[in-house]
Design a binder for this molecule. Structure first.
Ligand code: LLP
Length: 426
C-alpha cells in the first residue's frame, strides 16, 4: 500500500531513514514517497484504461508543485477549485485545455482568469453560475465549455462534512432541475454546455454509491439526448478511498470492475478527479516529542506538530495511525490500525502546543515508551494534510520533502518569522 516500512526497527521512506530526514530538515516535517504516488496513480490509470479516461488529479488534496509535476509526468491532468490552484498547475506547465475548474463559488476574477488561459472545462454548480459564466465568456468573445454538476441524491456513507452527493448539501443541481437547465442554457451565447459532472463525497469506501449515482446520471443523459441535447462527457469526480485504519479502501480495480461496464461503449469522454486515493498513503507527518505528562489517568505526549499542521483529527475525528520512528525495543507495528495493543505499550494521547483542547493528533493510542526528543510518525497524511495547514497561533508552516529511492529533496522550505509578518508590512 505504500513505501513506508520499518527496516531494522527504524522507519524508512523508500530507502531513506525517516530519522535522518527529521535531523536534516527538522520537524514537523511532511515526507512523501514518489514511488507510492506513482503506484497509486498507475493503478487507477490501469483500472480505467478501458475507458481511456482522463484522470484529473484533485489539486486540493496535495498541492505541492513538485508532486503536481510528478503526477503530470505520469500523465495526469488536473482538477482545480480556485484561481490559486489554477496558478499552481499553470506554474508546472499543465496544458490548460486538460484542466477542469470546479467549485460552488467561482468569482468573476477567477472565471475570467480561467477563460483567458483557455481552461478545458468549468464544472458548473447552479443556474446563476451559468448565467454569469456565459456573460463573462461572451464579453471576452470566447465560449466556455461547461459540465453541469448534478446532485444525484446518493448517500456515500462517509463523514457528514465530506458528503456532497445528497440533496440537502450545497453541491450541484438535482436531476430533475438538470433537465430544465439543459433546456434553458443549451444554446446560450458564450456557453457550450456539453458535459455532466458529479462528485458524491470523500472518502467513499464502497462501490455501490458510485454505481447508483452513475446509473441515475446516465439515465438523465439518455433523456437529455432524446430531448435533442448533446452530452459528450461525463466526469464522475473523485472520492476513492485510501488506507487509514488497516486496509479499508477498495483497490482501484474493485471500483473499476463495477464502474467501467456502466460507461464503456457509451460514446462519452470520461473524466475522473481522484485526490486522496493517489496521495494519502504517499505521505507521513514526522513530529518530535517535546514533553510527556500525566493528568489523572491520562498520559499526554506533547509534540511539535499541531492542528495547524494536521487538522483532520480535530475536524472530522479522523484516524491517523501513529507510531515512533525508532520504537523502543524495536517494537514494529504488525499493522496500522486503531485496535493495536501490543505487550510493552502504554496508552497515550498525542497532542500539539496550540491553545485549544481540540488540538489533538491521536487519542487513546497504545504506544511503546516514548521520551522527549523521540520522533513519531503520523501515517497516511499525504492527502488533506499540509494543504489544510494554517498559521494559527502564529505557527510556521512545516517543510515538505519528497523521497525517491535513496534521495530526498526539499520541496517546500519551512516558513520563517519573516514569512509570517511580510504580508502585514503594508
Ligand atoms: N472532485 C470534487 C468536486 C471534490 O470536491 C473533491 C474533494 C474531489 C474531486 C477529490 O476527492 P478525493 O478523491 O480526494 O476524495 N478535507 C477532507 C476531504 C474534502 C474533500 C473535498 N472534495 C478530508 O480531509 O478528508
Amino acid at each position: 500500500m505504500d513505501h513506508f516500512t520499518y527496516r531494522d526497527g527504524v522507519l524508512c521512506c523508500e530507502d531513506v531513514e525517516a530519522g535522518a530526514l527529521a535531523e536534516e530538515f527538522q520537524t514537523p516535517l511532511y515526507v512523501y514517497s514518489s514511488g507510492t504516488l506513482r503506484e497509486h496513480y498507475r493503478r487507477l490509470q490501469a483500472a480505467t484504461a478501458p475507458l481511456d479516461a482522463t484522470i484529473c488529479f484533485s489539486v486540493k488534496s496535495c498541492h505541492n508543485l513538485a508532486i503536481l509535476r510528478l503526477l503530470k509526468d505520469c500523465g495526469a491532468s488536473f482538477d482545480v477549485v480556485s484561481g490559486g490552484e489554477l496558478r499552481r498547475v499553470l506554474e508546472i506547465g499543465a496544458a490548460p485545455s486538460s484542466i477542469v475548474f470546479a467549485g460552488v463559488g467561482k468569482t468573476d476574477t477567477e472565471i475570467a482568469y480561467a477563460l483567458d488561459v483557455g481552461i478545458g472545462w468549468f464544472n458548473v454548480e447552479s443556474e446563476a453560475e451559468l448565467v454569469n459564466l456565459g456573460s463573462i465568456a461572451e464579453s471576452r468573445g470566447v465560449t466556455a465549455r461547461a459540465a453541469l454538476r448534478v446532485n444525484p441524491n446518493v448517500d456515500p456513507k462517509t463523514h457528514v462534512y465530506t458528503t456532497t452527493g445528497k440533496r440537502e448539501t450545497k453541491f450541484g443541481v438535482d436531476l430533475d432541475r438538470a433537465r430544465k437547465v439543459f433546456c434553458d442554457f443549451d444554446r446560450r451565447p458564450g456557453l457550450d454546455l456539453s458535459g455532466i459532472h458529479l462528485h458524491i463525497g470523500s472518502p467513499v469506501n464502497t462501490v455501490e454509491p458510485y454505481v447508483e449515482a452513475i446509473t441515475k446520471t446516465l439515465a438523465l443523459i439518455d433523456e437529455l439526448s432524446r430531448l435533442g441535447h448533446v452530452v459528450s462527457a461525463i466526469n464522475i469526480g473523485g472520492g476513492f478511498g485510501a488506507h487509514y485504519d488497516g486496509s479499508e479502501a477498495p483497490a482501484a480495480s474493485v471500483y473499476a470492475e463495477r464502474i467501467v461496464p456502466l460507461l464503456k461503449g457509451r460514446s462519452l469522454d470520461v473524466m475522473l478527479e481522484p485526490g486522496r486515493s493517489t496521495c494519502a498513503n504517499a505521505g507521513v507527518l514526522l513530529t518530535r516529542v517535546l514533553y510527556s505528562k500525566a493528568s489523572g489517568d491520562r498520559r499526554f505526549l506533547i509534540v511539535d506538530a499541531a492542528i495547524t499542521d494536521l487538522l483532520r483529527p480535530a475536524l472530522y475525528g479522523a484516524f491517523h495511525f501513529a507510531w515512533p520512528v525508532a520504537p523502543a525495543g524495536r517494537l514494529v507495528p504488525p499493522r496500522r490500525s486503531g485496535d493495536l495493543k501490543l505487550d510493552g505499550t502504554g496508552r497515550v494521547d498525542i497532542v500539539g502546543p496550540v491553545c485549544e483542547s481540540g488540538d489533538f493528533l491521536a487519542k487513546d493510542r497504545w504506544l511503546p515508551p516514548v521520551e522527549r526528543g523521540d520522533l513519531i510518525s503520523l501515517f497516511s497524511t499525504g492527502a488533506y494534510g499540509f494543504v489544510m495547514s494554517s498559521q494559527y497561533n502564529s505557527r510556521l508552516r512545516a517543510a515538505e520533502v519528497l523521497v525517491a529511492g535513496n534521495r530526498a529533496r526539499l520541496i517546500r522550505r519551512r516558513e520563517t518569522y519573516d514569512d509570517l509578518v511580510a504580508p502585514e508590512r503594508v
